[in-house]
Each structure stands twice: as C-alpha cells, then as structure tokens.
Design a protein around this ligand. Structure first.
Ligand code: SF4
Length: 438
C-alpha cells in the first residue's frame, strides 16, 4: 500500500474507455488511491486516451505539455498515459515527454500495481503487450455502485480491419470474455442495485461463448434471467455479426431494449468495398428489415463517414438514399480523416470543401430524422429508468426504452426506479413526460 493518495483520470473517447477508467480507478484504489476531480490536487494523473479522432496523439502530447508546470511544482506527481494512443505510440511518448512515468496499453492495465511499484522505485514503466492472461481475471472486485445503469465489457478487439480504422491495431484481435465471469459480474452488478446493463465491445455482437450456439443473443437471454436486471443494451455492432438468434432476441426478450446502434458508414457499394466493410448497402437494408420485423418499434442509430477517398457525388447520393430508406433515430457523421497506419491513409482524400458540403447535407437530413423520431414518441407510453433528479424541482431524468433522454414530472420519484410514463412533448434532444405507473 502506498497510503492515501489522490488519482485524477481524464477519459477521452468511447464507452469502452469510460469502463476501462472505472476499472483502472478500482485497480489503483486497491493501491490506496482515491479519485479526485482536480488534476491540481492529484498525486497521480492518468490520461486514458482515444485514437479515433484526428490528430489524437497530438492532442495527448499537448495535454501532457500542459502538465509540465504542475510536475515542476510537484516533482512526486506521477503521470501515466493509458488507452489507444498509449498502445499506438508506446515508448515514443516517454521519449517525447520525459515527464511521463508510465505508459499502459488497454490490454495491460491489470499490471498497473507492478508498474507503479517500478515507478515508486524511480524507474519508468511501459507495458503495451497483448498478454495471454485475461486482464479482467486480475482486477479487484467491483466496488459498491449506486448508479442504476452500468457497463459490462464482454468482448474486446476487432478482426474486421475496416480500411479507415485503428482499432484492430490498438486493441488487438477479437477476444470474448468467458460466460461464467460475465454472469458473476452481472449478478454482482444486480446485487448492487444496477437495473440496466449495457454490454460493451468494439465488435460486441461478435461475442461468442465456448459452446456452439452461444452467441450474444444467448448471453442476453441468460442475463435477462438475473433477478433485478430489467434492461439490457449492447454496443457497438457490425452488421455482419447480427446473427438470427440475436435478431430473434430483439423480438422475444423483453429485457432487450428497442434500440440498436448499427454503423453502416456509407450507402455506396463501391465505397463499402473500399472500406473493407464486407457487405453491400442492399444487404444492410435487408438486415434492417429483419430487425424491424422482430421489433417494429426499434430505434436505429448509425455512424457515417463522408468524403472517404474516392467518394464521388453518385456514391454520396447513395448514402443519402440509404439514410432516407432506413430513417434513423440519430446518427454520428464525420468527415473522413486519415489515421496513420491504416490502408485508407495512403489514398488521396476528397477535396475538403466537397466533403464539408456533403457532411452538411447529410447532417441536415439526419437532424430532420432525429426530430421526426423524437416527435413520433409524443403520446406514447414507455418505460424510463430514473438516473438523477431533473433540472427543475419535482422532476426526474432518465432514459426511455428507446434511449431518449426524458424529463418526468414526478415529485416522489427516486433514482433507480423504473417507471411507466406518457410522453407529452418533444424537444430536439430530450422528451418531457408524466408518470403513469410503476
Ligand atoms: S468493425 Fe469497427 S472496430 Fe472493427 S475495424 Fe471496422 S470500424 Fe474498426
């Protein structure tokens, strides 16, 4: 034990990183660290980085540069870099930024205590291995948790090698966590009052158990049987891993919420091929039909990249057609930007002004669809899980079954309650409701 020390973690990027930061805080908690929300107070600063955005590594270097005065003032301050930039840059981080004491990749953070011991002994520590042991087996048990909604990582890594993406290089090959560990963790979460579990993975629907027929649909049904677990979600999925059983679960498993994030990236077969997505626009649309047949009220969301190298006006119009055909509840859309080391990075990008114009048009259409989806909820009865008191007195806030943010007039409401509400009004990013039952 190193005594009572303060740990500041800055988390960049996705939900996987949010989950990883929680687990790193727990690992370091066992070493005597408690979390602080101020870097200035900290004895250790950990940057849990993300490599998805453009110039991600440069942003991390500039954040590290801003820590220099603090380190000069407090020479004992420990500084660590974790996550995907740590994995991608490795020793280069310590070479460029000597103030960094430790660099830990996403597969190695269970080794933080040993690394910390080396740092305490005055050494620098670096671990960006993909170790053979399962890091989750070596982490301390989850602490008491009061939030009604929790993440649970079931799968990590990706073998898909989409031409624009760094994940297969930074997170490694697909690995599914074993059933017994996952069920134990899910039961622990339920025992701590968690009502909703979001299963996480870079390619979550590629999860598979160790026996035939045990895919994500099977796991979801198993978890739905745990007392106290009322809602299950999962993210992020690849269209090619939506198997029949998982689609069926959307129709027959009441705990599986009517919401699915299913990235497609483009509506042009030529661009989908160049992206190495391994499916066509038509196959995606047929898949959506099958999912909607299983769960007609499902809200679908997606990711899009515009201006991928080689994208013509015709390709872009195909994307607009696909968006019109699906009708999304929400979608993330980005202008293509090259990630060093990926195959697409070697190709010539679309002129920025053309890509900007396409992005603008796509976002206008997606915003219109989002508004239509929000408005279609008015008058409907849905479930809401209360996550916190609302902004106004007598209000509670939470997420609907369809993952809309909802503010409910309910002076007696309590965090963690799952209630029935009637939606009374729609704003661009949230809904208003009244409680009609429990
Ligand atoms: S499936 Fe997702 S994580 Fe895997 S390479 Fe493609 S975009 Fe990246």
């Amino acid at each position: 034990m190193t005594g009572h020390k303060r740990l500041f973690i800055k988390t960049y990027g996705c939900q996987m990183n949010v989950y990883d930061s929680e687990r790193m805080a727990e690992t370091l908690g066992a070493q005597g660290y408690v979390l602080t929300d101020k870097a200035d107070d900290a004895d250790m600063v950990l940057l849990n980085t993300c490599h998805i955005r453009e110039k991600a590594a440069e942003k991390v270097y500039s954040d590290l540069g801003r820590l220099k005065p603090l380190k000069a003032e407090k020479p004992d301050l420990k500084i660590g870099v974790a996550g995907c930039v740590a994995q991608a840059e490795g020793a280069e981080i310590q070479r460029r930024m000597p103030l960094v004491d430790l660099v830990v990749g996403p597969q190695a953070y269970h080794r933080l205590p040993e690394m910390l011991a080396r740092v305490d002994a005055g050494e620098k520590a670096l671990d960006t291995d993909f170790p053979p042991e399962d890091k989750f087996e070596h982490l301390p048990k989850l602490r008491t948790r009061s939030a009604p909604s929790a993440f649970l990582t079931v799968q990590e890594g990706c073998d898909k090698f989409c031409a624009f993406c760094v994940v297969p290089y930074t997170r490694g090959a697909e690995v599914s966590r074993p059933v017994d560990r996952l069920m134990t963790e899910a039961r622990d979460l339920a025992a701590r009052g968690v009502r909703e579990i979001t299963l996480l993975g870079q390619n979550v629907n590629a999860w598979h158990g160790d026996a035939a027929g045990r895919g994500l649909g099977w796991l979801i049904r198993e978890m739905a049987g745990i007392e106290g677990i009322a809602r299950i979600r999962y993210t992020t999925s690849h269209p090619n891993d939506m198997d029949d059983d998982l689609i069926a679960a959307h129709g027959d498993c009441a705990a599986l919420m009517p919401y699915l994030h299913l990235p497609v990236q483009s509506g042009s077969d030529r661009i989908l091929k160049a992206m190495n997505r391994k499916h066509t626009a038509e196959q995606y649309l047929r898949l959506i039909e099958r999912i909607r047949a299983a769960r007609p009220d499902i809200v679908l969301t997606s990711d899009f990249i515009v201006g991928f190298p080689g994208e013509t006006d015709t390709d872009f119009e195909a994307t607009m057609d696909l968006v019109r055909a699906v009708g999304y509840g929400m979608a993330y859309s980005f202008k293509y930007s090259a990630r060093p080391g990926t195959p697409a990075a070697e190709k010539t990008p679309v002129a920025p002004e053309i890509a900007d114009d396409r992005l603008h048009r796509l976002q206008a259409l997606l915003t219109e669809q989002q508004r239509a989806c929000q408005e279609s909820m008015v008058g409907r009865e849905v479930g809401v899980l209360y996550e916190k008191p609302g902004r106004l007195p007598g209000q509670m806030s939470g997420k609907s079954d369809h993952l809309h943010a909802v503010h409910v007039d309910d002076p007696d409401g309590k965090v963690g309650e799952l209630v029935r509400v009637r939606i009374t009004a729609a704003a661009p990013n949230s809904l208003a409701a009244v409680r009609i039952g429990s």
